[in-house]
Design a protein around this ligand. Structure first.
Ligand SMILES: NC(=O)c1ccc[n+]([C@@H]2O[C@H](COP(=O)([O-])OP(=O)(O)OC[C@H]3O[C@@H](n4cnc5c(N)ncnc54)[C@H](OP(=O)(O)O)[C@@H]3O)[C@@H](O)[C@H]2O)c1
Length: 330
């Protein structure tokens, strides 16, 4: 069986090395910027030897994973004298396989194998890796080999054609990174009624888990709930008014996401075209939301009457402030 080595002993490299080794793949070599990181990875993988340089590692194995940060991949690739019959693979989601052109020119087979997963630290990466989807770019026979490795890790794969990688990665940013941003925005609003981020996070987790569960079991569009799914203009109007008074940056995010949510509500079938147009008009309205009700009629600007008596008319900041243990702001 071909021998495998890793250049870059960080979270992704260590997770792949540990899990592939556990599945019987001969992960026999590692090198990294620092000896300490390489030794740490080698300590987790039986039979894995530490090499001082990327060149020595490349000379010793058949399949090399470059698992450095994205910005170092091209430099590492250029530094090594690759050989024909060898395979070189990177794990970046943003870069295409073309970044390995120097290796291809020297006769090596090149590919990319991006785990569609979030790795915050090594132990969590080792835990989360199995079952992930992998985005693969390569030509056979390397492509087939990467599919085998994905299967060994209980994963699925998608094959990407040249030019598709950047949009693929932007999509991952929406589903992963911006989900965290949305939780943070939600916690900013909880802060407005005096609840600390840690407490708020605990409160939101069952909601987040329920949402993920509904995506898994019901799927889109059926899993969408909430005022836009119901076509509930009055509630949307109240949200807009309250957000306008609290934080205009959050208001524009709410408007944009609301507009993106309308097609899901239509697809779910609970909202007809006319109600969708009304929601769109409400969300796109430029003038003050607080001055009009959901039918568009003028009304007094009284935030205290919004949100069932809970007034969000707080200072225009959503940064966390120190609080006492009972959640009260200092
Ligand atoms: N983290 C994720 O969620 C995730 C998910 C999917 C894909 N990826 C991809 O996986 C790759 C690695 O990301 P990561 O998050 O695992 O990064 P990371 O934890 O920062 O690890 C990168 C490792 O590369 C080493 N390194 C840096 N420059 C080097 C060089 N010039 N030569 C040799 N080694 C070098 C560092 O070594 P020292 O420790 O020795 O300094 C570090 O251990 C990236 O392409 C990334 O896009 C990451």
């Amino acid at each position: 069986m071909e021998t495998i080595g890793f250049i870059g002993a960080g979270t992704t490299g260590t997770a792949l090395a540990v899990r592939l080794s556990q599945k019987g793949c001969p992960v026999v070599a590692v090198s990294s910027r620092t000896l300490a990181s390489a030794q740490k990875l080698a300590g987790l993988v039986p039979g894995c030897r530490v090499y001082d340089t990327a060149q020595e590692l490349a000379d010793a194995v058949d399949l090399v994973f470059i698992t450095t940060p994205d910005d170092a991949i091209a430099m590492v690739c250029r530094q090594v004298s690759w050989r024909a019959g060898q395979s070189v693979v990177h794990c970046s989601g943003a870069h295409s396989v073309n970044i390995l052109e120097p290796a291809r020119e020297l006769g090596a087979a090149v590919g990319s194998m991006h785990p569609l997963q979030t790795f915050a630290d090594v132990s969590q990466a080792v835990e989360n890796l199995p079952g992930s989807t992998f985005a693969l770019e390569a030509e056979d026979p390397l492509l087939s080999r990467l599919k085998d490795l994905a299967s060994l890790l209980n994963g699925k794969w998608v094959e990407l054609r040249p030019g598709q990688k950047v949009l693929y990665h932007a999509a991952a940013v929406f589903a992963c990174n911006y989900l965290i941003t949305l939780v943070k925005l939600s916690l900013d609003l909880w802060h407005e009624f005096g609840i600390l981020p840690q407490e708020g996070t605990q409160a939101l987790l069952p909601l987040l888990e329920g949402t993920i569960n509904n995506i898994r079991t019901i799927g889109l569009p059926g899993c969408l709930t909430g005022p836009i799914a119901r076509g509930d203009l009055g509630t949307i109007q109240r949200h807009l008014s309250a957000l306008e008074a609290t934080d205009t940056a959050l208001l524009s995010t709410y408007q944009e996401l609301g507009l993106q949510t309308i097609p899901i509500a239509i697809a779910k079938g609970k909202v007809d075209g006319q109600r969708a147009d009304e929601m769109r008009a409400l969300l796109m309205r430029a003038e003050s939301f607080a001055d009009r009700d959901s039918e568009g009629a003028e009304r007094p600007r009284s935030l205290a009457t919004l949100n069932s008596g809970r007034c969000l008319n707080a200072p225009n900041s959503h940064h966390y402030v120190q609080s006492d243990n009972k959640g009260g702001k200092k």
